[in-house]
Design a protein around this ligand. Structure first.
Ligand SMILES: C[S@@+](CC[C@H](N)C(=O)[O-])C[C@H]1O[C@@H](n2cnc3c(N)ncnc32)[C@H](O)[C@@H]1O
Length: 250
């Protein structure tokens, strides 16, 4: 039994883990096939720049084994394959429907020659041995997890000493005016775009709420340090709408 407190990822308030887990399963299994189009439209293409920033910061060598957590439809996995050509990538996600889309991209040739495997994995209970991977990548994953402390400590456990966690996530713009504009966009326009493109407006009301309830840059860094990571740094993108944190296992 874990002593970690679980939260409702839409509010940050204490709540049973099942509440958030079932909501996330329901949202992502419903929108899986339309998820990529939504990303492209709603971020005006910025998500590609953020992914490129993530790749620029990721310390991945040619002989590394990489674990992609919350890999979804495979965007990060295929970007790592292209930019870094590591020895192996394991692309994992909680929701099989998201991985089905990733598998279809793989069948179309995405990822090239790099060995890539896919597996359904809940990041809060990673079914791999200690010290199995050199690098963990995770984009827009941790915000959706009701037991973030446990997820981060699981990631720390399966990393080899000296390995890194590279995490891309929505964050908090430090400038108040930019933050206000962004929060207006999240509350009013994201549900509109999301509803139009995927038919699941409620899923995108959740997206905005979960982003607002998520810790800021320093708050996420503190969670990483609490899980045992050291040398935690981050870089803001688009005025802090997104941030890439890099944390090392000592
Ligand atoms: C916004 S998507 C991001 C997908 C991908 N990383 C990308 O950049 O496009 C969030 C993903 O997190 C996954 N997820 C949510 N909770 C999870 C958990 N506890 N363990 C693993 N994956 C989870 C969802 O199924 C979903 O595919």
């Amino acid at each position: 039994m874990t002593t970690n407190q679980t939260i409702d990822t839409a509010t940050g308030q204490a709540a049973p883990a099942e509440l958030s887990t079932e909501r996330v399963r329901s949202i992502f299994s419903t929108i899986a096939k339309k998820y990529e189009r939504f990303n492209a439209v709603s971020s005006f293409g910025a998500y590609k720049r953020w992914l490129a920033g993530m790749m620029a910061q990721a310390p991945i060598a040619r002989d590394d084994e990489v674990l992609d957590i919350a890999g979804g439809t495979g965007d990060v996995t295929f970007a790592v394959a292209k930019a870094k050509r590591p020895a192996r990538i394991l692309c994992t996600d909680l929701v099989p429907e998201m991985l089905e889309v990733a598998r279809a991209h793989r069948a179309d040739g995405e990822g090239g020659e790099v060995p890539i495997e896919f597996a359904v994995v809940d990041a809060q209970a990673i079914p791999y041995e200690d010290e199995s991977f050199d690098c963990i990548t995770m984009a827009y994953g941790i915000r959706n997890m009701p037991d973030r402390a446990r997820a981060l400590s699981e990631m720390h456990r399966v990393l080899r000493p000296g390995g890194s966690l590279v995490c891309l996530e929505f964050s908090t713009p430090p400038n108040a005016a930019w933050r206000g504009l962004y929060h207006f966009y999240l509350k009013h326009l994201i549900p509109f775009w999301g509803g139009l493109i995927t038919g699941d407006r409620e899923g995108f009301v959740y997206l905005g709420r979960s982003i607002k309830a998520f810790p800021d840059q320093e708050g996420l860094a503190a969670l990483m340090r609490d899980a045992g990571f050291v040398d935690v740094t981050w870089k803001d993108y688009t005025g802090g709408i997104a941030a890439v944190h890099v944390a090392r296992k000592g």
